[in-house]
Design a protein around this ligand. Structure first.
Ligand code: BES
Ligand code: ZN
Ligand code: ZN
Length: 507
């Protein structure tokens, strides 16, 4: 099932195994560590059983205030009496009424991250039978994701995946689904964390081809010559400042039991493998994290890989526009007018507003395929971070009902999104004196919206949702569940969205 194998330089062990043991007796489970989830309002569910086996140890520590159950607090109890595991790790998940799939993803991620600090043979996670399948799935995804971090290029690894992970008292199918979801997140994180001199358009396309081979996706890679034949002159203009040639990669997934009338979703990703700003050069500080500017493309790839491995009954296409935005002698310039594939002309006022110029062509390519719905993910604007901070993605749409499905999907997996307006009066802000449109708004105000307004021009009348992940795609500082770096933002929401489209359930 697993498709995100460890990077060869990351670790010498093979892909770590995941199992489910629906009828395990936790007190008699032999493991290096058993993880239990603890609510701040006291003992409940399977924790009671563990407490009884230990002669009331957890109850006692809770009374003493040693175990509070506060979110993501991790209390290790070594050689716990009455249990056969060598360590019991008690992870806080906050108050019972506020436990949701997002909290469980973070909590098991935090436990996995902490425990991966040392090699471990077997780690057990004790599921709570009262959780919904969706909640359990996200908990498993968090544990899968949490054991890997920013070790790709470290000689001495900070994290080691467990040889074996066992989910106790959990159904096998749900555990497998959660693991595949976690794999998609891991894939997106790994690509974002790769340095830009190793991950550039050509090598991103190679990574996509490898993944396509593993999960059985059809892949098309459009090289420079094909992009020229396809008149993708907007994307090509951005790429001109770099010695690395651009690519568009299209991945096609045809779900089992689908026919031509089955739902058809397109995911589009901004894949700027490095954004120097071009001639509108960024400062060193502004440029440092710009290897993350392909996080939208990574999310699209991570999502379609998981969707294929999960065999969801939907048609999906993922399309990513891959370029490096540099300042070479042939770089596109301010005042240039580029003709996008759709025929729309774009006047360049700022070469650092390159993502929308790239996406103009990718959206047009995808619109030709006539999907029922297009969702794009892009680290598009600093303005979106000014509006919503580091942890919340901005979403924009031309079709409220599809947008509501995505909002509900995101909420149910614990990814935070907030819709911003697309009122018509913003359109005039991207009108140009010499071309059909210009690539920035008038001034900086409402910058996330004017960027979305430019994209809207290229989706024709297809229902479309744009997700600006400039904030949540990359963590500058460590969090309980993540060491920092790429977060895999929107992979889980996109998978959940696709499941909902497949089952036509909208809540
Ligand atoms: N890739 C950046 C946006 C970004 C900023 C992503 C910070 C993640 C973190 C994008 O290409 C960009 O530079 N946008 C400009 C647009 C402006 C020139 C209109 C921005 O936001 O400053
Ligand atoms: Zn830029
Ligand atoms: Zn950018």
């Amino acid at each position: 099932m697993s498709f995100e194998f460890l990077h060869s330089s990351q670790n010498n062990s093979a892909n770590s195994a995941i199992q489910a043991d629906p009828s395990a007796v936790p007190a008699r489970f032999e493991a290096d560590v058993l993880v239990v989830f603890f609510e701040s309002d006291g003992l409940r569910g399977p924790v009671v059983e563990i407490d009884e086996a230990t002669g009331g140890l957890l109850q006692q520590l809770h009374k003493q205030g040693e175990i509070t159950g506060k979110r993501y607090e991790c209390v290790p109890l070594y050689a716990p009496r009455g249990l056969t595991c060598k360590q019991l790790l008690v992870v806080g998940i906050g108050s019972h009424d506020e436990v949701d799939a997002g909290v469980l993803y973070e909590a098991s991620g935090a436990a996995a991250r902490r425990l991966s600090g040392k090699p471990r043979a077997t780690v057990g996670f004790l599921a709570d039978g009262n959780w919904s399948n969706d909640q359990l799935e996200q908990a498993v995804a968090g544990a899968t994701m949490g054991t890997s971090g920013q070790d790709l290029y470290r000689s001495e690894k900070h994290q080691t995946p467990f040889e074996k992970t066992v989910w106790l008292q959990a159904p096998v199918e749900v555990v497998q689904r959660g693991h595949v979801t976690g794999d998609g997140v891991k894939l997106a994180r790994r690509l974002v964390n790769m340095p830009p001199d190793d991950l550039y358009p050509e090598t991103f396309a190679e990574e996509a081809a490898t993944i396509a081979g593993r999960v059985g996706l059809e892949i098309e890679i459009w090289d420079q010559a094909r992009l020229e034949r396809e008149r993708c002159k907007a994307l090509l203009a951005v790429a001109r400042g770099s010695t690395r040639s651009p690519r568009i990669v299209l991945l096609h997934y045809r779900g089992p039991g689908c026919n031509d009338t089955s739902p058809n979703v397109a995911f589009v990703g901004k894949g700027v493998t490095f954004d120097s700003g071009g001639l509108s050069l960024k400062t060193s500080e502004g440029m440092l994290a710009m290897k993350c500017d392909m996080a939208g493309a990574a999310a699209a790839l991570g999502a379609i890989a998981s969707i294929a491995a999960l065999k969801i009954s939907v048609h999906v296409v993922a399309a990513v526009g891959l370029v490096e935005n540099m300042t070479g002698g042939n770089a596109y310039k301010l005042g240039d007018v580029v003709t996008a594939r759709s025929g729309t002309t774009i006047e360049i006022h700022n070469t650092d507003a390159e993502g929308r110029v790239v996406l103009a062509d990718v959206l047009d390519v995808v619109a030709d395929l006539k999907p029922d719905c297009i969702i794009d993910a892009a680290t598009l604007t600093g303005a979106c971070m000014v509006a919503l901070g580091r942890d919340i993605a901005g979403i924009f749409t031309n079709n409220q009902s599809s947008c509501d499905v995505l909002k509900n999907a995101a909420r149910s997996v614990g990814e935070r999104v907030w819709q911003l307006p697309m009122d018509k009066d913003f359109d005039s802000q991207i009108s140009s004196d010499v071309a059909d449109i210009k690539n920035v708004g008038d001034g900086r105000l409402g910058g996330a919206i004017t960027a979305a307004k430019l994209l809207e021009r290229f989706v024709r009348d297809i229902p479309w949702i744009h997700v600006d992940i400039a904030g949540p795609a990359f963590a500058d500082k460590p969090r309980p569940s993540i060491a920092g770096g790429g977060t895999g933002s929107m992979v889980r929401s996109f998978i959940e969205f696709t499941k909902r489209i497949a089952s036509k359930k909208e809540q």
